[in-house]
Design a protein around this ligand. Structure first.
Ligand code: MG
Length: 234
């Protein structure tokens, strides 16, 4: 624990902060660095101390984020529709992923949790940025090389996933693992977006945004509705 390169205790603590957004992660860094000032009698290198830093950072971040009372649902739905993505298509993906764990659930439950993700400001910020980049590539606003790299969605270009991951990060590890799965499996509208390159179309960022929203809705649903089965039925 004395080795300054040991970081697993920070990694574990930051997994808590992830659920409160990037603001909480920044605050975690600050509280961690200033630990001796805040908690002069505690050991700064223990697992417990990092957990305390995470709780303080999350609580401080929640004070900011809870003051945002605006509902971004309608604006997010309009942005998605402007790129050909409808609410029902995202609900289909969530239903497909969650049905094996909860065969009796009503489809409406999936819609409720997709809308829950869409009402958040951080979702709005990610969708807005993603669409701005896709449309800027279509309008050839970047350098020739960058337009090509993003427009062709080159294999080693990963900024699209980074932007979209801001959404599932708020809903815990279930959302994150579903995000990775959806990025590979590409069910439904995700594959349609991914394969549509006609007439200079760029969907490099929006397909990951759909993965992010659906994955986040899965995490939100799982944490708010105890499923009848913890494992999918065969
Ligand atoms: Mg992509």
């Amino acid at each position: 624990m004395k080795d300054p390169s040991y970081n697993v205790h920070r990694t574990m603590a930051m997994s808590i902060c992830g659920m409160y957004g990037s603001g909480a992660i920044s605050l975690f860094g600050f509280v961690d660095c200033k630990f001796r000032i805040f908690f002069p009698s505690k050991r700064p290198k223990s697992f417990l101390s990092k957990g305390v830093c995470a709780i303080v950072a999350c609580a401080a971040s929640a004070v900011f984020s809870d003051s945002v009372k605006d509902d971004y649902t309608q604006r997010n739905l309009e942005l998605l529709a402007s790129r050909g993505v409808e609410l029902e298509e995202i609900v289909d993906i969530v239903d497909g992923l969650q049905r094996p764990y909860n065969p009796d659930m009503e489809r409406k439950l999936c819609e409720e949790h997709v809308l829950g993700v869409l009402r958040k400001q951080q979702t709005f910020h990610a969708i807005q940025l993603a669409i701005k980049i896709d449309t800027a590539v279509e309008a050839e606003e970047f350098s020739k090389q960058y337009n090509y790299t993003v427009g062709q969605d080159e294999g080693l270009f990963g900024v699209d996933e980074s932007v979209a991951s801001a959404i599932p990060l708020l809903y815990g590890t279930i959302a994150i693992t579903n995000f990775g799965y959806l990025d590979k499996a590409k069910p439904g509208v995700i594959a349609e977006l991914d394969s549509n390159h006609e007439a200079g179309k760029c969907n490099t960022f929006i397909d990951d945004i759909v993965c992010g929203i659906a994955a986040a809705a899965c995490g939100r649903l799982a944490h708010n509705n105890t499923p009848k089965y913890s494992k999918p039925l065969k």
